[in-house]
Write a protein that binds this ligand. Sequence first.
Ligand SMILES: [Zn+2]
Ligand SMILES: [Zn+2]
Length: 382
Amino acid sequence: MNQRNVCLSLLLLIPALALGQRPEVEGMRYLDENRRPVYREHIIIPDVGAYQVLKCDFHMHTVFSDGHVWPNVRNQEVWQEGLDAYAITDHVEYTPYREDVKVNHNRGYELLKESSAKSNMILVKGTEVTRNTPPGHFNALYIGDASEYIESREATQDKAAVMKAAAQHAFIFWNHPGWQPGIAGSYDWIPFVDDLYQNKALHGIEVFNGFGFHMKALDWCIDKGLTVMGTSDMHNLVAHEYDLGKEYVHRTMTLVLARERTAESIREALDAGRTVAWASKYLAGKEEHVRALFDACVQLMPAHYTEERKNGDKINYYALRNNSDLYFELDLKEGNNIKRIVLYPRSEQQVTASVGTTSLSGEVISTYVRSDQHLSVNFLLK
Ligand SMILES: [Zn+2]
Ligand SMILES: [Zn+2]
């Protein structure tokens, strides 16, 4: 056999190996046709300048707190869904299965270190510091020993509990502000939070948590220079909560604009606030990052046709192209009218403009750069 044939034979062997080398058993057959095919999604988002756009979910639970799954299921999910990085953030103060599962705040991370590396996933060590509301919950990423945290939920310990994470130089973000409605101070910039912020012990806020859009949090992030976060806060199976069989459905996550696909680069980007949160069809973030992401994904192609109408008007035809797996919805101004353009993932729409028009402007209504403001765009016509 020549070398090429050897390579080919090896390739053909891989699918058999992937299914495991099962010995033939006389009188037995395997009915594999109904197995879910095992593959990893590939979410396409072009680089933004010098940055890769990494898909990250830094908030999820396992049976080591109140989640319903063993840690390895989380690794399978993020691998299948095409994420780049994740963190298990089990509660320190809330471990309802303690009679069944030995409390060990480091264990989820330890169990995943090897499997995450094997599947080329970036695993960040994290935890959820779970104080009563207010002040509520805080996630800490890039932590050290999780057994050093405070399990007591005494209000007098609230600050000390968060400062444990600060002492470990963690990246700390405030989770789902306003999640328990009707409690005074649960959705306000309270002195406790301001004190953390002044002491550089608060670095970001969840703008999207699962299916919730915490709109005030976006304005706080913009006004105070905090990092915009989006997370799944998954307790059950992702497939149980999200309609993953439908097109364009993805878990809530943070898109991190990182120099490299490494844990260190992600940390640098989180510290620098280079993120856009992504939930459902919506993107939320600081204007400069949402704009850079939009510009990297969407381009207006040169005019491909000029129509001459009976009344003498000349109209140019253009294609507006979305090169990404993100979804954009735009309201474009056309003369005195506004035209709604839906740019599905990896698709084009046709737009028109009178000859002589130099630009088309509008708003990307599937984006938020403040709670009450979409990204404004302006396409120069060629
Ligand atoms: Zn929480
Ligand atoms: Zn949580």
